[in-house]
Design a binder for this molecule. Structure first.
Ligand code: BT5
Length: 326
C-alpha cells in the first residue's frame, strides 16, 4: 500500500484528495491517512490542506533497497540489498550474512552505525543520515594473496564515482582512503574469510562522508565530506547506485581479466600517494621515501633515501603524505 500511495503522490503535480486515493485503491480514508503518517515518519514531507488533500513536497534521502534498486544497472552487485536504520557495523552484519551463504553482490547498508570499524580496532564515525555506510559481499575465485587488490578496485571505483557525481578533485591515498583537498572523505575496510587454498568470502566495507557538516574535534584537521568541499547536498542513493555500477565493472576486470594490470594506469593517475614523498611508519622505524610505482600486485614501490628500493604490501605499514595530516 505504501508504494501505491507513494506512486500516486509522485504522479500528482498538485494536491490529491484522500477521497480520490481511497477510491482508486479500494481502501478506507483512514487507511490512507495512516500510511501518509507513516511516510512522514520516514522523512517524506507531505503537505495537507482541508478540502484539497495531500501533496508530496520532499522525498527524503533514504538509503533503502526500494530507493536504490530502480537506479541500478548491475548484474550482480546490489541485486540483494539489506538496509537497516542502525547496526553496530555493516561489516559485522555482512560477514554474518556471508557465513549464512549470502550470494556474491549482497549489499548491507545502514543509516547509522553504533560501532563503525576502521582498521586495527579503530573506530569509524558514522552519524545517522549523513553518509554512506555500506558493505559488499564478494566471492572472488582468485588466489588468497590477490584479495588485497580488491581494496584497490574499490578505491578506484569510489574515486571515479565521487569525481563523476560531484566534480570534486578526489584522489586515492593508497591503499584504502579517498581524499579531497588533503582530507579524508572515505575509508575502506576489506575483510576476508579463507581456507588454506580458497577464499570463502570478502567483505568490502565502504564509509563515505556525504552530507556531514561537522566532525568530532579530533577529526577536524583530517576529515571532510562531499558537502563541506562542494557546498552541496547529495542524494546518497544516487552515489550508491553509481558506485555499485563502477565497482562491478572494475571487479569483473580484476577477477575475470588480467588482474590489476588492466586498471592500474587509471589507478595510478588518481593515486595521490605517488605524487609526493611519503613517510613510512612501522613498528620499528620511521622514514621519508620517494614513491616510485604501484606494481601489478597492488604493492607500493618506494626508494629510500639511501637509494635502496623497497616493495610495501598494503596493510604492512602506515604511509603518510606531505599533502595533509593523514
Ligand atoms: C578506515 O580505517 O578508513 C576504514 C573505514 C571503513 C568504514 C566502513 S563504514 C561501512 C563499513 N562498516 C564498518 O564498520 N566499517 C566500514 P582506518 O584507515 O583505520 O581509519 C580510521 C581512522 O579514521 C580513525 O582512527 C579516525 O582517525 C578516522 N576517522 C574516523 N571516522 C572518520 C570519518 N567519518 N571520516 C574521516 N575520518 C574518520
Amino acid at each position: 500500500m505504501k508504494e501505491k500511495i507513494l506512486a500516486i503522490l509522485c504522479g500528482s503535480p498538485g494536491y490529491i484528495s484522500g477521497e480520490k486515493m481511497s477510491q482508486e485503491l479500494g481502501v478506507s480514508r483512514s487507511m490512507i491517512w495512516k500510511v501518509i503518517n507513516g511516510l512522514r515518519e520516514e522523512g517524506y514531507q507531505i503537505d495537507s490542506v482541508t478540502n484539497r488533500g495531500y501533496r508530496l513536497v520532499l522525498v527524503p534521502d533514504l538509503v533503502s533497497s526500494e530507493a536504490i534498486k530502480p537506479l541500478l544497472k548491475t548484474k550482480v552487485f546490489g541485486r540483494a540489498i539489506y538496509d537497516y536504520k542502525e547496526v553496530d557495523s555493516t561489516n559485522i552484519v555482512a560477514k554474518a550474512k556471508a557465513r549464512d551463504g549470502a550470494k556474491e553482490g549482497t549489499v548491507v547498508i545502514a543509516n547509522s552505525q553504533s560501532r563503525g570499524k576502521g582498521r586495527l580496532g579503530k573506530t569509524w564515525e558514522s552519524p545517522a543520515g549523513k553518509g554512506i555506510w555500506m558493505s559488499i559481499v564478494a566471492r572472488p575465485r582468485i588466489p588468497i594473496q590477490e584479495v588485497s587488490g580488491i581494496t584497490l578496485v574499490a578505491g578506484l571505483a569510489i574515486c571515479k564515482t565521487i569525481r563523476r557525481t560531484t566534480q570534486l578533485p578526489a584522489y586515492i591515498k593508497w591503499p584504502n582512503d579517498i581524499v579531497v583537498n588533503g582530507k579524508k572523505v572515505c575509508g575502506i575496510l576489506t575483510e576476508m574469510s579463507a581456507e588454506i587454498d580458497q577464499v570463502n568470502y570478502v567483505v568490502i566495507g565502504i564509509g563515505i562522508n556525504v552530507n556531514t557538516t561537522s566532525f568530532p574535534k579530533e577529526l577536524h584537521k583530517t576529515a571532510t565530506s562531499l558537502k563541506i568541499e562542494s557546498g552541496q547536498d547529495y542524494m546518497r542513493k544516487d552515489i550508491i547506485a553509481e558506485l555499485l555500477m563502477a565497482f562491478e565493472a572494475y571487479y569483473d576486470q580484476y577477477t575475470k581479466g588480467k588482474g590489476l594490470s588492466e586498471i592500474l594506469d587509471q589507478y595510478k593517475e588518481l593515486c595521490i600517494t605517488l605524487k609526493n614523498d611519503v613517510r613510512i611508519i612501522n613498528k620499528n622505524e620511521e622514514y621519508w621515501a620517494k614513491p616510485v610505482d604501484i606494481d601489478d600486485t597492488g604493492a607500493l614501490i618506494i626508494d629510500k633515501k639511501d637509494g635502496t628500493r623497497k616493495r610495501i604490501a598494503s596493510g604492512e605499514v602506515s604511509v603518510r603524505g606531505i599533502y595533509g595530516y593523514i
